[in-house]
Design a protein around this ligand. Structure first.
Ligand code: SF4
Ligand code: SF4
Length: 338
């Protein structure tokens, strides 16, 4: 038996690897308080069956490691999701589907488990009392029941816990739960700066974002304890250590965040603004002229991520000399254990 790896290591950006985050619709059956979907910017449509296949093939490149993540809204609301997964697999992608736990259209019965590299469930609390005020009444029970069914079918599963001020104090209680549920990977996600989460949630007196001290005092320790149970844990780096090199994924990695209105971003933090790098026009990936996110990627500032500085400057604290105490890493840089 091998000893679980319980020391975090930074997963650098892999040159040549391609990640495609394909939002196949923006509609959803839930209305989470931190939802990042912004229909004014991302559209309200759903890809039709033909578009779905042609957009997947547009990004396929069998000569390199390519990963596709089917997203929504809620991807299992799409009647052709299983078809899309088949096309993606034929096109050489490693396939992940993100779900809020509601598996519609007989998804588990229709999908071929061998076509799924991961089915990823979202849960924001260790029990209904914490999860359901954030994600909706009854969601905890549905999500955990469907996760267990997926595990029983032999589908590799992961669980995403989005940390905010509303649930960080309950994160430690996920340690026994993720082991009991039988998930293969546990993602601890930081609350985004996009969509609804950019502000305060309904009924919240304080911002949803957690401050650096709180994050650093809670998340690495919980990650270590989960990893001790043999489960892989991934969480965002968020703060760079002194001497660590800052890299913007927009410059050194190949990530495409694709929306049903044809916008294609390279940076998730830019998704609330019309600064996308590309658009899909007439079935082709076309570079957008003018002020796009690429201009931000080129800026080199001591605080690290430019978009973080623009969107939430209050989170950056400086020492008496005016230098930032923490440099904020690219939001796509991860720590991994196990
Ligand atoms: S499940 Fe996802 S898409 Fe649906 S409301 Fe929640 S965060 Fe938004
Ligand atoms: S999050 Fe920041 S560092 Fe990462 S791609 Fe966007 S702008 Fe670049």
């Amino acid at each position: 038996m091998t000893t679980p790896q319980t020391t975090p290591h930074t997963v650098g950006f892999k040159p040549g690897e391609r990640n495609v985050f394909l939002h196949i619709l923006t509609a959803c059956n839930l209305s989470c308080s931190h939802c990042y979907i912004n229909p004014d910017q991302h559209g309200r449509t759903m890809l039709d069956r033909e578009q779905l296949a042609s957009w997947i093939r547009l990004f396929s490149d069998p000569s390199r490691q390519s990963n596709i993540i089917f997203l929504g809204g809620k991807p299992t609301m799409h009647p052709d999701l299983v078809y899309g997964i088949e096309v993606a697999k034929e096109s050489g992608f490693a396939v992940t589907v993100d779900t809020n736990g509601y598996l519609l259209h007989d998804f588990l019965e229709r999908v071929n488990p061998a076509h799924l590299d991961y089915l990823s469930f979202s849960l924001d609390g260790p029990d209904p009392a914490v999860n359901d005020p954030i994600r909706g009444d009854g969601v905890f029970e549905v999500c955990t029941a469907n996760l267990k069914k997926a595990v029983a079918k032999g589908i590799p599963t992961s669980l995403i816990y989005t940390v905010s001020s509303r649930n960080i104090d309950h994160l430690h209680r996920m340690v026994p739960l993720v082991a009991e549920l039988g998930v293969s990977r546990f993602f601890i996600q930081v609350i985004g700066l996009r969509g609804k989460s950019a502000g305060t949630g309904p009924g919240d007196a304080e911002p949803l974002q957690v401050d650096p001290q709180k994050w650093l005092s809670v998340v690495p320790e919980v990650a270590r304890r989960v990893a001790e149970t043999g489960i892989t844990v991934i969480y965002p780096k968020v703060y760079l250590d002194r001497g660590e090199r800052f890299e913007c994924a927009g410059n050194v990695a190949e990530n495409f965040f694709v929306f049903p209105n044809g916008r294609v971003y390279q940076c998730p933090l830019c998704e609330d603004y019309p600064v996308h790098s590309y658009e899909i026009r007439d079935g082709r990936l076309t570079e957008v002229d003018g002020l796009t996110e690429k201009r931000f990627f080129a800026l080199d500032i001591p605080e690290g991520c430019v978009m973080n500085k623009l969107l939430q400057p209050d989170t950056i604290t400086c020492d008496s000399s005016g230098a930032p105490v923490h440099r904020v890493s690219c939001c796509l840089l991860k720590q991994r254990l196990g």
